[in-house]
Design a protein around this ligand. Structure first.
Ligand code: NAD
Length: 354
């Protein structure tokens, strides 16, 4: 198969880990007889440096025409003083909105050799396997007005959701639960927020279409506690934008390092795949970044956008085998293991694919 993939390395460690993902994908292409055409574009600070804005329309158009998109990470201290509309994260928000990437999928599953690296007890996290479905293009991050008033002493953010935006993400939650262990936890704050009350009503309406799925409602504060005290309680979590952002980062502690976690952002037409971490400016350029979250994001891309399940599984297995063989990057630790840099880790994963 021949596929066109837009590559957006971004800032900080983004280009380093993207190099790893592309190398792994090239290996998979060789093994399975595919052709991947990689088309590089800038996003975030890199796009600001080159084009004066964090994402150009030309890049958006290229993305629309591609089969899938890979993104490294954006942001860095060099851009902290820019006005809001030029800041790197605006590139990310723009692409999500422009491509209607409304469903953010974050699988949170620990790898056995890393369980001890989590700050949580191994006995608590052992067996946890959670799939977070987060709404990505609505809610507090996009609502207007969003402004300062009274000489900056009063602020307004707006939490806005339309029924159809809630319906489609709730459906994604139910569909995901059907493909897994058929247990869906809908997270809201219905005791306080009007948007959460509509959310809960819609979940109640939709559950009739998925009789095989057990549904529970959980307030976000409870969910935040349960996620680290009893993570094996969860199968699929569906929630709105802000709650999903926070809960999925919290969930990353189950896996030992934020550097391990992949994500997919999906519309009904296309998917963008990126690790959940940021651009890690503190370690950028040192050759020590963990490339595994990015590599696992490439595996998700093969599965969800390119319909290449076997190829995705080969990558996931290779990552697992590399960790089982005792190799780890500086953000992790494996007892009696060998610490390696980004490039070495990538080559070790590749050696388990070939
Ligand atoms: P971060 O995720 O970049 O880093 C947090 C900590 O985790 C740092 O100590 C970093 O070294 C470490 N880390 C992250 N990824 C790692 C990896 N792959 N390997 C090894 N260690 C890793 O979060 P931050 O420091 O809060 O933010 C830095 C910049 O990234 C900011 O400009 C922020 O806006 C941006 N950011 C971007 C995204 C994105 O691109 N989607 C997400 C979050 C933050």
């Amino acid at each position: 198969m021949s596929k066109k993939i837009i590559v957006l390395p971004g800032d900080g460690i983004g280009p380093e880990i993207m190099k790893s993902a592309v190398k792994v994908l090239e290996t998979v292409a060789d093994k399975y007889g595919h052709t991947f055409e990689f088309d590089n574009h800038e996003i975030g600070g890199a796009a600001y440096d080159k084009h004066g804005e964090p994402l150009t329309d030309e890049t958006v158009n290229a993305c629309v025409q591609a089969d899938a998109i890979l993104l490294g990470a954006i942001g860095g201290p060099a851009y902290d003083e820019l006005p809001t509309h030029l800041r790197p994260e605006q590139g990310l928000l723009k692409i999500r909105k422009a491509l209607n990437l409304y469903a953010n999928i974050r699988p949170i599953k620990g790898f056995a050799p890393l369980l001890h690296a989590s700050p949580l007890k191994e006995s608590v996290i052992d067996g946890s396997d959670i799939y977070v479905v987060r709404e990505l293009t609505g809610g507090l991050y996009f609502g207007t007005p969003r402004e300062r008033r009274d000489d900056g002493n009063t602020v307004v953010d707006t939490l806005l959701y339309h029924r159809h935006e809630i319906e489609r993400i709730v459906e994604k939650g139910f569909e995901s639960a059907q493909l897994r262990n058929k247990h869906l936890t809908s997270v809201d704050k219905a005791n306080v927020l009007e948007s959460s009350r509509l959310w809960r009503e819609i979940v109640e309406e939709k559950k009739r279409d998925y009789p095989d799925v057990t549904i529970e409602h959980m307030l976000v504060d409870s969910a935040a506690m349960k996620l680290i005290t009893n993570p094996t309680h969860f199968d699929v979590i569906v929630t709105e934008n802000l709650f999903g952002d926070i809960l999925s980062d919290e969930g990353s502690v189950l896996t030992g390092s934020i550097g391990m976690l992949p994500s997919a952002s999906l519309s009904d037409e296309i998917g963008l795949y990126e690790p959940i971490h940021g651009s890690a400016p503190d370690i950028a350029g040192k050759g020590i970044a963990n490339p595994l979250g990015m590599i696992l994001s490439a595996a998700m891309m093969l599965r969800y956008s390119l319909n290449m399940n076997d190829e995705a599984e080969v990558i996931e297995k290779a990552v697992e085998q590399s960790l089982e063989a005792g190799y780890y990057t500086a953000d992790l630790s494996i007892e009696n293991g060998t610490q390696v840099g980004t490039e070495e880790m990538t080559d070790i994963v590749i050696s388990h694919i070939n």
